[in-house]
Ligand binder design. Structure first.
Ligand code: HEC
Ligand code: HEC
Ligand code: HEC
Ligand code: HEC
Ligand code: HEC
Length: 319
């Protein structure tokens, strides 16, 4: 019995090591890179075209998705960011923002937390450059200067949720246990060497096939961790508390990437395949004659019964 404790300790230590090697694909928190000082610098840091030569199909799919233009949007997002500044930030007495030059990374995070999480790697000048670029784009449209509008639209779309946001920056959720993403590694579901010169390693992102991975940006409700909570997407909340709670078992990835056949072109109702997967509609109609009352007599009426069954994993529409 004397030796039981040391043995138990060795076992516990071994188990901990095991769990580290099984899940700990990340590592210690890396030194942050110097802050990007311009849109161009931030865009270059996360440029997905670097991955195109070897992952052409994935890149083509991703280019069609809204992730590839996540602050331009459909293009409804960029103008709405301006509205949030004019009707929100500038009117709130304690936001510290009275004019565009007061805008900071922190003040834009109420949108960028999900639309451009890498903004936390940039200076406040970049936050102001983004706002100025969106305003310039809106003005070029108004003035009918299409070339300029197109050029500025490209600049806005150069900031997006690219390959290295999902396969590096946001790849590991539980960082105390699984470690922090390392700058030389792409995270997916394989371990080994990676042919890309600037990312020579491949490692496992433990939750990349789980809904929680998408939940990082797809919203549960108000973002309470912010000084001024915002609310936009709530699909992940609805997924957890309505779909899973009622026995739903598919993941976001299964429906949006695999069953849809769309892969990295994650889509919603704008896409026909997704529309077909969305709802079952049953319509029954009949007509009859109805004796209403003495004055109006017998009237022809129609009865239409419409049943709509939501087959998605969340409430629709969202946001
Ligand atoms: C020189 C070619 C090359 C370049 C450039 C490249 N990759 Fe890869 N990548 C590969 C190959 C080959 C594999 C292994 C594919 C396989 O086994 O299915 C791979 C695998 C991966 C995986 C793991 C996939 C899985 O199944 O888990 C990810 C994630 C990935 N690459 C992301 C990227 C990203 C992001 C970039 C751009 C920063 C990039 N790659 C650039 C060649 C490349
Ligand atoms: C880094 C944050 C982030 C992650 C991670 C993320 N998304 Fe998104 N997603 C967004 C944002 C932001 C938009 C909307 C961009 C816009 O139009 O302004 C979006 C758009 C979408 C859309 C299109 C919505 C529409 O209205 O057409 C779908 C579908 C989608 N995401 C599914 C997924 C799935 C599935 C995953 C997980 C595999 C995922 N997303 C992971 C942030 C994210
Ligand atoms: C919790 C993460 C999150 C935050 C914070 C957030 N959004 Fe979103 N937003 C999303 C996602 C994900 C989508 C796309 C899916 C959806 O509609 O459910 C979206 C969609 C949108 C859309 C419609 C997209 C399109 O292309 O038509 C607009 C506009 C938008 N957001 C603007 C904003 C603005 C402005 C802010 C800040 C005031 C903001 N969002 C804050 C995650 C977020
Ligand atoms: C919004 C998050 C997101 C973005 C952006 C994203 N990926 Fe992925 N990627 C995923 C997820 C989730 C999977 C795993 C899908 C599954 O099998 O469940 C995946 C799988 C992969 C795989 C392995 C298998 C496959 O599907 O081909 C490769 C390679 C890959 N991604 C490369 C890329 C490249 C290159 C880009 C940029 C052009 C990119 N990804 C952008 C989320 C993302
Ligand atoms: C059972 C399949 C299924 C699951 C699971 C599922 N979705 Fe969807 N989702 C769909 C279909 C189908 C649509 C198209 C309907 C629509 O856009 O109105 C859709 C639409 C969306 C939209 C657009 C919403 C809108 O305004 O119309 C977003 C964003 C989205 N899904 C994200 C997610 C995320 C994130 C998850 C996981 C938390 C998820 N989905 C899980 C099937 C699914």
């Amino acid at each position: 019995m004397k030796n039981a404790w040391p043995i138990a300790l060795v076992c516990i230590a071994a188990c901990m090591l095991l769990s580290v090697s099984a899940f700990g694909e990340g590592g210690p928190k890396p030194q942050p890179l110097p802050k990007a000082k311009t849109i161009a610098e931030l865009a270059a840091r996360y440029d997905s075209s670097k991955c195109m030569e070897c992952h052409e199909e994935v890149h083509d799919e991703w280019s069609e998705s809204l992730h590839s233009k996540s602050i331009l949007g459909s293009p409804r997002t960029a103008p709405t960011i301006i509205t949030a500044i004019e009707k929100g930030l500038k009117l709130f007495p304690y936001s510290g923002v009275k004019k565009d030059s007061d805008i900071t990374v922190e003040s834009l995070m109420m949108c960028m937390k999900c639309h451009l999480p890498q903004l936390d790697e940039a200076t406040d000048d970049v936050a102001r450059e983004i706002v100025a670029t969106i305003r310039g784009w809106q003005k070029a449209h108004k003035d009918g200067d299409h070339d300029k509008a197109e050029k500025l639209e490209k600049t806005i779309a150069s900031l997006n949720i690219g390959c290295m946001i999902c396969h590096n920056k946001m790849a590991i959720i539980h960082k105390y246990a699984d470690g922090y993403p390392q700058p030389d590694t792409v995270y997916g579901s394989q371990v080994g060497d990676h042919e890309d010169e600037s990312h020579p390693k491949m490692a496992v992102a433990p939750a990349i096939k789980e809904s929680i991975f998408c939940g990082q940006c797809h919203g549960q409700g108000p973002n309470f961790e912010l000084d001024h909570p915002s609310q936009c997407a709530t699909a992940y909340g609805s997924y957890l508390f309505a779909y899973v709670a009622h026995g739903g078992s598919e993941s976001c990835q299964e429906c949006h990437m695999i069953k849809s056949g769309l892969g990295h072109d994650m889509q919603s109702y704008r896409d026909e395949t997704m529309r077909k997967m969305a709802v079952d509609v049953k319509v029954e109609g009949r007509s009859l004659f109805w004796r209403k009352n003495k004055e109006e007599g017998v009237l022809p009426i129609g009865i239409v019964n419409v049943e709509i069954y939501n087959k998605t994993g969340h409430g629709i529409p969202d946001g």
